[in-house]
Ligand binder design. Structure first.
Ligand SMILES: [Ca+2]
Ligand SMILES: [Ca+2]
Ligand SMILES: [Ca+2]
Length: 281
């Protein structure tokens, strides 16, 4: 009934906004070019494939004429739908076996976003056991070590020109004042796999971004309902991310804390089920 009302009465308000997609999520179940990404180009012939909900990029120099530059491929999306976003978040999960010595060359896996007008820029480069953040050389470069051999969840939250925060696996790596607001005028998001001196295999699990959700709302995609799409991410917050009774909610899950007690557990899931509005997308 609630969804019915939404469809009839609030079409111009909350439902109409879904056209602009408050959340974009690529779960790596399909090829990037079939999932809304623009192919920016490749160098030599990287080997790529989809398997088990992940996108694999094998980049080496097998097909390249000579060192040091090896294989690469890159994809891009405009963030223009989010220029008015007061609070923007982006999260991606990736595992790679590339050597940390490649980080200085922007390899083996990278995800970056920037605005050519304002100069505000965030470029993350991820190797097997370390990530690097460069913000257009305007602020100190940050290195964050982590365990090799498993995927890690990276999360960036931006609050206008007031605040930025970088999390890995739910733990705060760095936060503070950004060099400016982002997205603000012209904004693009790019990600790539690249071999410079060393080969690498990157496994991308997902890339998601959007307007920061209302806490306690149960509404992952901020479209005014609690449906099957929200349920996918709710289940993830319940089963993963270190959430549970009494544990502080993972930074990606306050929207799933439906009883507003600071955690995400089955009490919240019960409320989500009781207030479920339908199975629409
Ligand atoms: Ca996936
Ligand atoms: Ca929703
Ligand atoms: Ca809770």
């Amino acid at each position: 009934m609630i969804r019915h009302l939404c469809g009839l009465c609030l079409l111009q308000l909350s439902c109409g906004a879904t056209v602009n997609a408050e959340v974009f999520s690529w779960e790596c179940n399909s090829l990037p070019v079939d999932s809304g990404w623009m192919f920016l180009g490749e160098f030599c012939e990287p080997t790529t494939w989809i398997a088990d909900g992940s996108y694999f990029q094998e980049v080496d120099d097998d097909s390249c004429p000579k060192e040091p530059v090896g294989e690469s491929e890159a994809f891009e999306r405009s963030l223009d739908d989010y220029l008015a976003s007061a609070q923007f978040w982006i999260e991606w999960r990736v595992e790679g076996n590339g050597n940390t010595s490649e980080l200085i060359f922007g390899a083996p896996a990278a995800l970056g976003m920037g605005d050519p007008f304002t100069g505000v820029n965030y470029t993350f480069v991820v190797a097997r056991d370390m990530a690097k953040l460069n913000r257009g050389n305007l602020l100190p470069i940050i290195f964050a070590p982590f365990a090799a051999g498993v995927a890690h969840t990276h999360r960036l939250e931006l609050l206008g020109d007031e605040w930025y925060a970088w999390y890995i696996d739910g733990h705060l790596v760095d936060s503070g004042m950004p060099s400016g607001a982002f997205p603000s005028r012209i904004a693009t998001l790019t990600w790539l796999g690249r071999s410079w001196h060393e080969p690498a295999l990157n496994r991308w699990d997902y890339i998601r971004y959007g307007d920061l959700q209302e806490p306690f709302s149960g509404d992952f995609d901020s479209d005014g309902d609690r449906d099957g799409r929200d349920a996918f991410y709710f289940a993830e917050c319940i089963a993963e991310r270190g959430n549970g009774p009494g544990a502080p909610a993972d930074p990606g899950c306050p929207w799933a804390d439906m009883d507003a007690d600071g955690d995400v557990d089955f009490a919240d899931f019960g409320t989500f089920q009781r207030t479920f509005t339908g199975s629409n997308e």
